[in-house]
Design a protein around this ligand. Structure first.
Ligand SMILES: Nc1ncnc2c1ncn2[C@@H]1O[C@H](COP(=O)(O)OP(=O)(O)O)[C@@H](O)[C@H]1O
Ligand SMILES: [Mg+2]
Length: 257
């Protein structure tokens, strides 16, 4: 892996180390209404995510994990409760604020990679930067820096179908990183990968976190969840348990005698 000093995500984190959480959710609810059926996907979620924190979310299928991530990433809106992002109540944002923040402050990594099939690796990573109207020289630098960061700079002209799943996910990580987001959201990023490629993507997230990135990751795998500082367990749309992994590091050491 390239040791490309600091990511810009990391640099961004350094400057604003106030005590206020980056993300604060209070009594957050989400109800989906479909053909006379109400689905209570989230039923009162309280959660703070600090700048520079690596949080993992686990829980059974259908418990609301993806819904929670979509709301945090401003892809969806809550039905009730409060969400503050960087101290700003999200409900006060208009549509253009929301899309600007989504484009600039949030990096998404999905289980199914979500690369665009008829764009090259380079163009996939560049696209969100183009949407912001960034000049081409700066785009090029950012695209190449982030592809180097994930070890994929030698594949710029390839198309997603010409890459393995692990390589596609690394490109997706580069796309998420290129815009220097305040937070990286990953929804089961290893779900479609074999264990070797899964571990490579997890190692990458671990490195990014060490450099200061704020990460919120959904995973089913307890081995990967332990990479995070903290795991919250979601069940039926509520946080029912929380583990602080940093507090348990010493307990996991073998006994001295
Ligand atoms: N767009 C939607 N319309 C209706 N119901 C939805 C929608 N998205 C999710 N749900 C429902 O909300 C619940 C939570 O879904 P989801 O957040 O995807 O769970 P998870 O990611 O934990 O598997 C499920 O019952 C799901 O069927
Ligand atoms: Mg899901």
């Amino acid at each position: 892996m390239e040791t490309n000093s600091q990511t810009e995500v990391g640099q961004k984190q350094k400057g604003n180390g106030s005590g206020e959480p980056l993300i604060r959710l209070e009594a957050l609810t989400k109800v989906f209404y479909t053909e006379e059926v109400e689905t209570h996907a989230l039923s009162g979620v309280h959660l703070d995510i600090r700048k520079g924190e690596y949080l993992s979310i686990s829980g059974p299928s259908g418990c609301g994990k993806s819904t929670l991530l979509s709301i945090i990433g401003l892809l969806d809106s809550p039905t009730g409760g409060k969400y503050w992002l960087g101290g700003t109540p999200v409900e006060n944002l208009n549509l253009s604020d929301r899309s600007r923040i989504r484009n600039r402050e949030v990096g998404f990594i999905f289980q199914s990679f979500n690369l665009i099939g008829d764009l090259t690796v380079y163009e996939n990573v560049e696209l969100p930067l183009t949407y912001r109207g960034m000049p081409s020289a700066e785009r090029k630098k950012r695209v190449m820096d982030s592809l180097e960061r994930v070890g994929m700079a030698h594949r710029v002209r390839h198309y997603p179908s010409q890459l393995s799943g692990g390589q596609q996910q690394r490109v997706a990580v580069a796309r998420a990183l290129a815009g220097s987001p305040a937070i990286l959201l990953a929804d089961e990023p290893t779900g479609n990968l074999d264990s070797k490629n899964g571990e490579a993507v997890m190692d990458l997230l671990k490195e990014l976190h060490k450099e200061g990135a704020t990460i919120c990751m959904v995973t089913h795998d307890p081995r990967y969840a332990r990479n995070a500082d903290r795991t919250v367990h979601l069940f039926d749309g509520r946080i029912v348990d929380e583990q602080d992994h940093r507090a348990h590091v010493e307990e996991e050491e073998p006994p001295a005698n």
